[in-house]
Design a protein around this ligand. Structure first.
Ligand code: SF4
Length: 353
């Protein structure tokens, strides 16, 4: 089960998506130094009116997934479908429609807005590119500004006149003008003051409720995704290691890496449950560890972990996990007799508590 059991029409589906980059070296980059599998056999489903969060440390592949969804990169193998149509085979007329329906809000609200353009022009530019008449552009810009809580009069101002939080609202307004059904939010609050973050996240949640749009939320910080995500995908060195209900995975993580991210996002002792202090750094993607790539950092690593890569497999509560702590009979239960959310309890990992 790749969608955590949440019902609703499918907007985007990734099937065994792989993205490799060949790293070149030498004079004029003439020699291949190695191949990085930035995204390695990743599958997931994003449904209507749903927030799908991709979390992990820098270098885990989440931004590459975002760029594949935005069609800024092409897949090496596998497939990404938008409403059932493969992005790779999409005719150019449909690509234009796709770019209208799938928008992005970038991490840096300072760098994302052209400092020489007035706010009205910045927000209205996508409408201009897509051939909207002047009258309709004005109406949509005003509507988008209202949705993000900014007054119409700000249209004549320049980006430098606004705070970080206000600039991010302008970025969100720009993404809304084309009435998209999916917005990729790439670390939308990581460069903002902590006091402003929850305001922007609450605004995004309100917009989702009002417009019934879907989000792909990219973040390295579980704390900022927990309260607005429905499904969470935890990535490590290009692979999904846990996938499923966001609330459940934040409260009761299955994978030791997820437990480390939860521990990093919560003050010590603030929440009960399985928390593992994160140690070390993400290894180089050019030298991925054998077996489970998390084993050099995992306090539960066993001999099998160094030799055998664990497959992502279903658990009785509808999530998926790639970890040898969970025995095959539990991981494979979905193949024998599907069990929905609220089914049998998961095994307690050694050292949990
Ligand atoms: Fe740790 Fe082994 Fe699970 Fe990898 S497979 S996360 S090393 S217990």
């Amino acid at each position: 089960m790749l969608d955590g059991g949440i019902a609703g029409g499918v907007i985007v589906e990734a099937r065994n998506a792989v993205k490799q980059f060949v790293i070149k070296t030498g004079l004029m980059n003439s020699r291949a130094a190695g191949v990085v599998r930035a995204v390695d056999d990743v599958s997931f489903v994003i449904r209507e009116n749903q927030t799908f969060a991709l979390v992990g440390e820098s270098g885990c592949g989440k931004t590459t997934v975002a760029n594949l969804i935005l069609k800024l990169l092409d897949l090496t193998s596998g497939e990404i479908l938008y409403r059932g149509a493969s992005l790779a085979d999409m005719p150019s007329a449909d690509v234009k429609n796709y770019r209208r329906n799938v928008q992005a809000v970038l991490q840096d609200p300072y760098g994302a807005l052209n400092p020489r353009m007035r706010v009205g022009h910045i927000i209205g530019e996508p409408l201009e590119v897509h051939g909207f008449a002047k009258g309709e552009r004005a109406g949509r810009v005003a509507e988008a500004l209202q949705s993000v809580g900014l007054h119409e009069s700000v249209q004549s101002q320049f980006p430098h006149e606004f705070s970080g939080g206000q600039r991010q609202r302008i970025g969100v307004a720009r993404a809304l003008t084309l009435h998209p059904d999916l917005i990729v939010l790439d670390e939308p609050v990581s460069s903002l003051d902590v006091s402003i973050r929850s305001q922007v996240l609450n605004l995004l949640k309100d917009i989702q409720d009002e417009r019934r749009i879907s989000y792909v939320l990219i973040s390295h910080d579980l704390a900022s995704v927990e309260h607005m995500s429905h499904i969470i995908g935890v990535m490590y060195l290009g692979k999904l290691v846990e996938l499923g209900d966001a609330e459940l995975s934040c409260a009761e993580p299955l994978h030791p890496y997820t437990a480390s991210l939860v521990a990093a996002a919560t003050p010590p002792g603030s929440t009960p449950g399985w928390r593992i202090p994160i140690v070390g750094e993400v290894p180089s993607a050019l030298e991925t560890p054998s077996g489970c790539s998390f084993h050099p950092r995992c306090p539960y690593a066993m001999a099998v972990c160094r030799e055998e890569r664990p497959a992502l497999a279903a658990t009785p509560d509808g999530r998926m996990v790639a970890c040898h702590l969970y025995p095959d009979e539990i991981r494979n239960v979905d193949k024998q007799a599907p069990v929905g959310p609220g089914g049998a309890a998961l095994p307690v990992a050694a050292g949990a508590g």
